[in-house]
Design a protein around this ligand. Structure first.
Ligand SMILES: NC(=O)c1ccc[n+]([C@@H]2O[C@H](COP(=O)([O-])OP(=O)(O)OC[C@H]3O[C@@H](n4cnc5c(N)ncnc54)[C@H](OP(=O)(O)O)[C@@H]3O)[C@@H](O)[C@H]2O)c1
Length: 364
């Protein structure tokens, strides 16, 4: 199952809005086939594993990270393929989070007389599935907060200078991350201060939509975002009371003007997240600044944090920090994360954290 999970991760960025899935076929202790869901619309993991098998599969065991599907989607049902291949046992990491199909694949397999065991390496399998599961069950995208900070935890000076905190190599890694997500979001102040392009350069699995949260629709007409709508879509998330004349000019340049109904900025942001997931988008990377990140943290909508630390000390109470917002009084109010990955990049450090939901104590 651990190998099946490692295989599944290889589909990251290429299979969404489908889930990442891996499959290993074995006869006793010998692996005889392996496969993963490689691309959206392409064959599922089980089909690839059966196709790649080097020995007869009949009577063997299939280790699958996710419950095999029982319905006809872009491809035929994987449960049927395993039944036809006459496997003797199916070991499953996680059941399908989609309430409409959950349990049906397992039922089909057991009805065909196949032994089914569920919950092997279930935490790792659930981790793999979390972004897909959030979209399917909650109707919201998986939010990845990304920032670069100094060793004393600042992302910009008080006047907004932030270029650069980390080295070239770290910034290239960010380019790679952008090429795997469906959207990249920034707050108006970041769009205004940095004039970022926010496109994915280098190896690109998908073209993320660029999103600016800008209640008044003040994004400059000559900004890099406004002038490159032919390269990747741009959405401006704004309020009912925005500057309509300016918004019309932005729209004429190809910017989609998304007007939320609520007068409350966070409520509006929530409305937008729901709409974004409804468009079939799974992963949203938020690249700051601190004010927008503070809102998302308050809304409990930071699922992952990708933190780059550059070897600089800036100082200053008024320098901008990665997550602004309200000032909690007690540590118990902090959100809890677990460290998933850490890497040294010359003198920079890159860390990935994942939010721990429903932690029993010590935080929210
Ligand atoms: N080092 C890094 O990784 C990094 C990354 C990004 C940014 N930065 C730096 O951070 C600075 C900007 O950060 P910032 O904290 O001042 O601003 P920000 O988060 O980029 O933008 C905040 C603005 O977004 C708009 N907004 C609309 N809806 C919002 C909502 N629900 N929640 C929060 N904001 C909402 C608000 O303006 P309206 O009311 O007008 O809509 C708000 O003032 C820049 O100097 C940039 O260089 C650094």
């Amino acid at each position: 199952m651990q190998h099946a999970i490692a295989l599944a991760w290889q589909g990251e960025g290429n299979v969404e809005p489908n889930p990442m899935v891996g499959c290993v076929l074995a006869q006793g202790d010998v692996m005889i086939g392996q496969g993963y869901h490689e691309s959206f619309g392409g064959p599922h993991a089980e089909i690839n594993a059966i196709k790649n098998a080097t020995r007869p599969v009949a009577g063997g065991t299939a280790y699958v990270t996710l419950e095999p599907c029982s319905h006809v989607g872009k491809t035929g049902p994987c449960a049927d393929a395993l039944i036809e291949a006459k496997v003797g046992r199916v070991v499953i990491g996680c059941i399908d989070p989609n309430p409409e199909v959950s349990g049906r694949g397992i039922a089909k397999l057991t009805e065909a007389g196949i032994q089914v065991d569920v919950g092997v390496e279930s935490d790792a399998a659930a981790n793999l599935l979390a972004p897909f599961g959030k979209r399917i069950t909650v109707g919201l995208p998986w939010v990845i907060a990304k920032w670069a900070m100094t060793i004393d935890g600042k992302i910009a000076t008080m006047h907004g200078d932030s270029q650069w905190i980390t080295n070239q190599h770290s910034r290239e890694i960010v380019q790679g991350l952008r090429g795997r997500v469906d959207g990249i979001m920034v707050g108006f102040s970041t769009a205004d201060a940095d004039d970022p392009l926010l496109t994915a350069r280098g190896k690109k699995l998908r073209t993320p939509t660029r999103i600016v949260v800008d209640s008044q629709a003040r994004l400059r007409l000559d900004s890099k975002l406004t002038t490159t709508t032919d390269q990747a879509p741009v959405i401006l998330v704004t309020s009912p009371s925005h500057d309509q004349q300016h918004a019309a000019k932005l729209a004429a340049k190809g910017v989609e003007i998304w007007v939320g109904e609520s007068a409350d900025p966070n409520q509006r942001l929530h409305e937008f997240l729901r709409d974004f997931a409804g468009r079939g988008h799974t992963n949203l990377m938020v690249e700051g600044g601190g004010t927008l990140m503070g809102s998302l943290a308050k809304m409990n909508q930071v699922d992952e944090a990708h933190v780059f630390v550059g070897p600089k000390m800036l100082g200053g109470r008024n320098s901008i920090t990665p997550v602004e917002g309200e000032n909690p009084l007690l540590m118990a109010a902090s959100k809890l994360f677990s460290l998933r990955y850490v890497r040294r990049i010359d003198d920079d450090v890159y860390m990935q954290y994942r939010r721990i939901v429903n932690a029993q104590s010590g935080g929210q």
